[in-house]
Design a protein around this ligand. Structure first.
Ligand SMILES: [Zn+2]
Length: 186
């Protein structure tokens, strides 16, 4: 699961914010929609986060919201000055979960499941919800994937490994044309 620690509510300049928000963060009394609007972007989400199904948001040491991730959108990074280039930032789009959903019931309102760290973006394993722990990536790397047969990019790795078993790309094509001639494909 993806876990994000949010700050206390603070104003930001909507002109500089990638989502045009007047403020970010959390304060007591916010509705779920307000929490989502203020905190669903812009986060430096790494490769591991790209395959997570759920995101938890915490304030202090308490989980305040759970979201089922539908997509991650790369936010256009504003370049304030040539020196101030930012990492890629993502906005989480998804469904706000409520009471009755097992992820909400397990986490929201309870103690944050990850240790304290400087980086607000963290990941942790919950075998109950992480795609049934996922299935092994078909490339054979031993990692688990929850979306499709491959971890992103590993399908290319698997293909190139097969080609290398035969030799060069040209040798692979020659071999392939013998074992599976084009005329037999139709
Ligand atoms: Zn793999």
């Amino acid at each position: 699961m993806l876990h994000i620690t949010v700050t206390a509510k603070k104003p930001v300049d909507p002109e500089w914010d990638g989502l045009g928000r007047p403020f970010v963060g959390y304060e007591k009394g916010m509705t779920p929609d307000e929490m989502y609007e203020a905190n669903h972007g812009e986060w430096a989400i790494g490769a591991r986060g790209q395959k997570e199904r759920f995101a938890l948001f915490s304030f202090g040491r308490t989980v305040i919201q759970a979201v089922e991730i539908e997509s991650l959108e790369l936010t256009k990074a504003f370049e304030r000055t040539p020196e101030e280039k930012r990492d890629d930032r993502y906005t989480i789009h998804g469904k706000i979960l409520g009471p009755g959903h097992p992820v909400f019931d397990k986490y929201v309102g309870r103690e944050t499941p990850v240790s304290i760290a400087r980086n607000p973006v963290r990941y942790f394993e919950d075998s109950e919800f992480d795609g049934g722990a996922g299935q092994p990536c078909r490339c054979g790397c031993g990692e688990l994937t929850t979306r499709g047969d491959f971890i992103p990019g590993h399908d290319q790795r698997a293909i190139h490994e097969r080609i290398a078993r035969i030799g060069t790309v040209a040798e692979f094509l020659d071999w392939m044309d013998v074992v599976r001639p084009a005329s037999l494909r139709a």
